[in-house]
Design a protein around this ligand. Structure first.
Ligand SMILES: [Zn+2]
Length: 328
């Protein structure tokens, strides 16, 4: 049997899931492009099919209880541009292949939205304590609040034995039933960043020749850990220079504190206070990123301004925090 892990890595990335952002900045045009799905065909083994098994231990709550469509887990091969079962009716019945369904915009709740300095928000919620195991990004239009696209990769540790990786993944993802898809798809952090750069490049959010910062877009994280601590640590382990696009970010907790004048220690607190149900599995990175994106959509609808809260000085590497009142 052909294993997906070997065949999938050979698939040309740009065909997989990136959508070309048109030159026109018209949001309507852009959304039209972004909604297209891009199914891929690849040899797929029986063994790999069984790995699409139901994920266990999930909180199954529909974002729209009135919706006829029951909530279903997202296909994690699809989110990584590697689903080869897009023509299998049973598979499509069981797994969602559309992230938009978890991130609907309430069109009647847009009157309080403030003009934003940034066009796009890249919600990032890394997983992995020893090394990064998952790099999920959800892209939201800051003005219309609509879901535009996502970038999701499982990340294979660089400095860890195979045996240790097996244990680590079993402990971390076994309970969600997604350890198999992790092993089938994970790639090294260095390759993840190369593919991520193709993705932000295709969306016109970044150009290597233009100094490497993001163009009218910013990362949104829940806390400072992801970009202050973890990414620089992983860059050291992976022996790569910290890319310029990681030098500034929006800590949603600081925006939350300054906008609502109350502290939230994490995503769960924010969701509880905003009365948003948790969708999917908490601590599965792509599901957490979608849930944080729903907090962002809610805050934008309430009139919050999304702006940079932390900047790393390129000379010293020190991080400067831009808000006086912030979560420490
Ligand atoms: Zn699929």
């Amino acid at each position: 049997m052909v294993s997906l892990s070997s065949s999938a890595r050979l698939l040309p990335f740009p065909l997989l899931q990136s959508f070309i952002r048109p030159f026109s900045s018209s949001a309507t045009l852009l959304r039209g492009y972004s909604r297209r799905s891009s199914p891929i065909a690849a040899a797929f083994s029986q063994a790999s099919q069984s790995s699409h098994a139901v994920r266990e231990g999930q909180v199954m709550e529909a974002p729209r209880p009135s919706s006829r469509r029951p909530w279903k887990p997202t296909c994690l091969y699809y989110t990584q541009g590697k689903c080869a079962m897009m023509k299998d009716a049973m598979h499509l019945e069981k797994f969602s292949h559309n992230l938009m369904v978890d991130l609907p915009v309430n069109a009647s709740a847009t009157d309080k939205v403030k003009p934003q300095k940034l066009d796009y928000l890249l919600i990032l919620d890394l997983e992995g304590k020893v090394e990064i195991l998952e790099f999920p990004v959800v892209m939201i239009d800051a003005q219309s609040m609509e879901f535009i696209d996502s970038f999701h990769r499982f990340v294979r540790p660089t400095a860890m034995s195979e045996h240790r990786i097996r244990e680590y993944i079993e402990g971390k993802y076994g309970k969600f039933g997604v350890d198999r898809v992790w092993h089938d798809t994970a790639i090294h952090f260095k390759e993840v960043l190369q593919e991520f750069e193709d993705w932000i490049g295709n969306h016109n959010l970044w150009k290597k020749e233009q100094g490497g910062s993001l163009n009218n877009a910013a990362f949104v994280t829940c806390g400072n850990w992801d970009l202050k601590t973890k990414v620089p640590e992983q860059c050291k382990v992976s022996k790569i220079k910290l890319p310029t696009y990681f030098m500034e970010w929006i800590n949603l907790k600081d925006i939350y504190l300054n906008f609502y004048c109350r502290r939230a220690t994490g995503m769960m607190t924010m969701m509880r206070e905003l009365q948003l149900p948790i969708v999917g599995s908490h601590h599965l990175g792509i599901d957490d990123s979608k849930n944080i994106a729903r907090v962002v959509q809610h805050m934008l609808a309430d009139g919050a301004m999304m702006q940079i809260t932390a900047k790393r000085q390129s000379a010293t590497g020190d991080v400067k925090f831009l808000f006086k009142d912030r979560i420490r």
